[in-house]
Write a protein that binds this ligand. Structure first.
Ligand code: CDT
Length: 307
């Protein structure tokens, strides 16, 4: 089964850029995608706003205006309508404030009929919860979000088994294997990755981009799945985030790649039948996994040195 899949990379969103302006940019990319025959389109993490966890506020409720209390809402409804008109499925990330007052870094997957068929809340929140004066850049996701309560799930959408992860999740093999064990054929990942590192002077942007790509290619190969990883990138309020959006095949090869740091569409044809080879040979989990030796993965969180 073949599907034309797109990644809609989004350039920087400034603090004072409203949701409507962002949705207009998303729709322009969706239009281009439609012209290229895209059937399923992936947008980044936290697509609707600037990456505000770089800013500290004492009273976190002052930042509730970055969150959405319903989805779709007035700002995003035109995107849903356009996708339905095109018969295109899509996924994007946003900041969710629930009726109970809980804050999550969330992604939704929307069918071509315009129905939200899956919701994922980010599991691995990087950074820290308090202001850290020794850092040149703050990364306060742990302040503004709760760890997700959904876990990693898949849904059959447009004939393919799809699962979502968000940004930092892509660096953790647990993310990929949990989806792989459910037979995933397409993993979608939106990300906002700052190019600067606070604590290591040696780690430049090249190394950061390499680690991003290594993680996505390894995860795709080791679970024999396609993956689409899409950036929000470029300059945001004076801060740089790297681009590097990619589509990866089940052999771990990059089959489409963004060339710039702005709004940009990448497209590739995914032949989901190609997932079967790896899943039935070297990564035939039923035949080769040895769960009796994996207990530490779920029983232990941090490293323990006992020798
Ligand atoms: N958004 C996000 O999760 N970004 C992280 C930055 C890590 S550095 C604190 C990432 O893993 O790309």
């Amino acid at each position: 089964m073949k599907m034309i899949v797109g990644g809609a990379q989004i350039g920087g969103i400034q603090k004072d850029e409203g949701r409507q302006a962002v949705v207009a940019r998303m729709m322009a990319l969706m239009e281009q995608a439609h012209e290229k025959g895209v059937e399923f389109l992936v947008y980044p993490e936290m697509t609707l706003t600037t990456f505000f966890p770089r800013f500290y506020v004492e009273d976190r409720s002052e930042f509730d205006h970055w969150f959405e209390t319903e989805m779709p809402n007035a700002a995003t409804q035109p995107l849903f309508d356009m996708a339905k008109r095109f018969g295109m499925g899509f996924t994007f990330g946003y900041c969710e404030l629930t009726p109970e007052g809980l804050h999550y870094n969330t992604s939704i997957l929307v069918s071509p009929e315009g129905e939200i068929v899956s919701k994922y809340r980010k599991t691995h929140l990087p950074g820290h919860a308090e202001y850290e004066a020794d850092r040149t850049h703050q990364h306060l996701e742990k302040r503004y979000f709760l760890p997700g309560d959904t876990g990693f799930n898949v849904v059959r959408n447009q004939g393919a088994i799809m699962g979502m992860a968000i940004c930092n999740d892509r660096r953790w093999p647990e993310t990929w294997r949990t989806l792989g064990l459910q037979g995933v054929e397409l993993v979608t990942i939106g990300y906002n990755t700052p190019s600067q590192n606070n604590l290591s002077k040696e780690e430049g942007i090249e190394r950061r981009v390499y680690h991003h790509e290594l993680s996505v290619c390894a995860g795709a190969y080791q679970n024999s799945t396609y993956a689409v990883a899409v950036a929000k990138c470029g300059m945001e309020d004076g801060n740089h985030m790297f681009a590097g959006s990619i589509i990866v095949d089940p052999d771990g090869f990059v089959i489409a790649r963004a060339t710039g740091e702005g709004d940009e569409l990448i497209v590739a044809e995914c032949d989901f039948d190609k997932c079967a080879f790896g899943k039935s040979t070297v990564f035939n989990f039923a035949a080769h996994r040895r769960v009796e030796h994996y207990g530490r993965i779920t029983e232990q969180t941090g490293m323990k040195i006992e020798v």
